[in-house]
Design a protein around this ligand. Sequence first.
Ligand SMILES: [Mg+2]
Length: 225
Amino acid sequence: MSGAASKTTAPKFAFFDLDNTLVDQSGALREWAEHFVADRGLDPAAVDFLAVKSSNAVTWTEYAADFKRHFQLADSVEQLVRDVTDTYPRYFVLDDAVADGLRLLRAEGWRLGIVTNGATTMQSAKIDQVGLRDLVDGVYISEAEGSRKPERRIFEQAAAKLGVQLGQRNGWMVGDTLDADIAGGLSAGLRTVWLQGDYALSAVDPEPHHICTSIADALKLLADA
Ligand SMILES: [Mg+2]
């Protein structure tokens, strides 16, 4: 695009987590699980078993090995991993409010990046499934960057590639995970927005600058910043 702002002030920028921040990872996994359980004729209760996997807690191999054992499936672990990783990204959707919010920020001169922990193939598949790549200026995936949230290094690399500087008041990090997104954002000198989700915590540690109940609200907060 032409017309890049040539202001003397540094551009505003924001990094966003992907899973359960820009997209509803839990909802997508549950939808995949419902289809898988129906296809296999498994007990419907199996959906609850399969629908629980944080994107970072265990590998897909561990996840597949666990459900192979639990449901005594004949498939190899490798085949199950392929089943999940090939089909689960297709269940991701992007809310119009998120797309509109990102477009608005960019129209106002913000530089936007996705900083996500995970495997390059999987995270890329989700991002491309919902068309997020065109809505941001850069995508930074831990496997590709060789560093993961909350390490400051991944933010330094993302900032360098995005052409922005950390440690000023014009940079933001938005995410749903305190340990990775908020701790990482704070260590990188960013203003932080925590998407509280269903958590009901009496003490929030580390403490974000802002708490929002939805990504749409977080995008509005940034637009007014
Ligand atoms: Mg997340």
